[in-house]
Design a protein around this ligand. Structure first.
Ligand SMILES: Nc1nc2c(ncn2[C@@H]2O[C@H](COP(=O)(O)OP(=O)(O)OP(=O)(O)O)[C@@H](O)[C@H]2O)c(=O)[nH]1
Ligand SMILES: [Mg+2]
Length: 284
């Protein structure tokens, strides 16, 4: 049985996701504290306007659990901090111990959608801790680092793990992190897209740091296509596509949770392809 076939069928015709009820929310762990797996949420949407227990009193209509996974050092914690606080954790790399979570409420087409985002430790020694959390995740963001080939090569192993521990209908997205926004002159209003002829060939593989890109965008796209996954390149440092990745997940989960959607079905793949910014102009 090929992985491609199995994983493709995971995302295709998934049933409605079950939302997390406010009363069953796990309480926030102290940063760096390993905790046992949370309770399985029962089916059903939340009552409109229920306050969030773990999110500082934010109001929301529906809540979902999202998990960040991938090798140690790919930028999971930084991606979450960028999304939650709009900041970049530069400086010394402090590896996550166990698991931690942050909440953020998004306005998705008039509905308050709370994402409870679990930041897992990428280090092998914490794998057994994180396994316990997969089963309740509604969505997974699987990251690799475009400056670290091993982190890309390990994606297949992560997919096998996801297949083993996550729900069959989990929403899954592949992200290549640490890409850069081009530094050459931009056309007005074209942030992230460059005018033709303004880049040197080196810029094709630009990253947002002094590290060299070793995983081409095309390789990420190819792998994602092979497994039927939506794909984007991101930068926790510059914020490139970070909000978009979480918004896309929130839109997909919200749509799935609605019994009889009034609007046309949300197309996750098309959305990220259409809205995603690229880090080089040399690609149509
Ligand atoms: N240039 C650049 N550096 C980044 C980016 N994201 C993270 N980093 C750096 O990469 C290192 C690792 O980032 P983390 O977010 O802690 O990595 P992690 O995936 O959470 O690692 P674990 O907690 O060990 O699983 C840190 O030094 C960050 O500053 C990015 O988008 N661009
Ligand atoms: Mg971390």
């Amino acid at each position: 049985m090929s992985r491609k076939k199995t994983l493709k069928s995971k995302g295709a015709s998934a049933p409605a996701a079950s939302a997390i009820p406010a009363s069953n929310e796990p309480r926030p762990a102290r940063p760096g504290t390993a905790r046992p797996g949370p309770q399985v949420p029962p089916n059903g949407l939340l009552q409109p306007g229920r306050p969030s227990l773990g999110g500082g009193g934010d109001f929301y209509d529906v809540a979902f659990k999202v998990m960040l996974v991938g090798d140690s050092g790919v930028g999971k914690t930084c991606l979450l901090v960028r999304f939650k606080d709009g900041a970049f954790l530069a400086g010394t790399f402090i590896s996550t111990v166990g698991i931690d979570f942050r909440n953020k409420v998004l306005d998705v087409d008039g509905m308050k959608v709370k994402l409870q985002i679990w930041d897992t430790a990428g280090q092998e020694r914490f794998r057994s801790v994180t396994h316990a959390y997969y089963r309740d995740a509604h969505a997974l963001l699987l990251l690799y680092d475009v400056t670290n080939k091993a982190s890309f090569d390990n994606i297949q192993a992560w997919l096998t793990e996801i297949q083993e521990y996550a729900q069959h209908d989990v929403v899954l997205m592949l992200l290549g992190n640490k890409v850069g926004i081009p530094t050459c002159p931009l056309q007005p209003g074209s942030e992230g897209r460059l005018a033709p002829g303004q880049l040197s060939p080196r810029s094709l593989y630009q990253v947002d740091s002094t590290q060299e890109r070793v995983v081409k965008r095309e390789d990420g796209e190819k792998l994602a296509k092979e497994y039927g996954l939506p794909f984007m390149e991101t930068s926790a440092k510059t914020g490139l596509n970070v909000d978009l990745a979480f918004t896309a997940i929130a839109k997909e989960l919200k749509q799935r949770s609605m019994k009889a959607p009034s609007e046309p079905r949300f197309q996750l793949h098309d959305y990220v392809k259409r809205e995603g910014r690229v880090s080089s102009c040399c690609r149509p």
